[in-house]
Design a protein around this ligand. Sequence first.
Ligand SMILES: [Zn+2]
Ligand SMILES: [Zn+2]
Length: 275
Amino acid sequence: MFIDSHCHLDRLDLTAHGGDIGVALEAARTRRVRQFLAIAVTLDDVPALAEMSRQHDDVVISAGVHPLHTVPREPEASAIAECAERYQAVAIGETGLDYHYDAIPREQQFDRFKQHLIAATECQLPIIVHTRDARDDTLALMREYSDPAVGGVLHCFTEDLDMAREAVSMGFYISLSGIVTFRNATSIRELARRLPLDRLLIETDSPYLAPVPYRGIPNEPQWVVEVAECIAAERGISVDEVAMQTTANFYHLFRAAAPQAPSDVYDSLANAGLV
Ligand SMILES: [Zn+2]
Ligand SMILES: [Zn+2]
């Protein structure tokens, strides 16, 4: 079984699925993708994501504001925490720092990330961090404001091994996306080989970043399998081992999602001593 730990289910291109999110999810289930973490880009999207989660047992959600998303007013930590609790989010985010683009000034991103970290500690929910070209500030804020007992994930990770290791030492997980399959992504494949398997998550970040051989078309949750296959090939282990361990990692990190885990999935993880 696989889990797509980061997908924007409210932004998928459903043309290939008759406009029906249920059909897109079913295509993924057929490939043994058994749980989906639907990621919010802004707090206004959370009610619709919560409704999607009500309709589909295997969808869980997050609550937060993306570092590059424009909002009329910056939410305080208390508003982020309140939204997460009201809509039963299992994580805070995605949020973080993206200094590659300047759509939102750095100081504003910095304060926004800080408010999310405070909210995550307040709700005792893990934080989903988007980080690009912002290594020092990202790590400094995590060090100061994250709760190591709760932790979080650096999603769609494209920075270097040192940064990943430092995050892992703070109780964070590293999530790899379809980028790992890109021909020129040799440094990401090195991460796939060298990071401890019990600290890795897999994701699509769909509708963005479709893996090889689907590059150039809108990404879908079912292609998280290609991410797992690439990691397995790099490490010289079976896809099943990657699937089992990353699934167990998901429930270790997103503890609030564990009660919603499909019972056969949870049983097989328990039988393997992974949860
Ligand atoms: Zn992101
Ligand atoms: Zn995302």
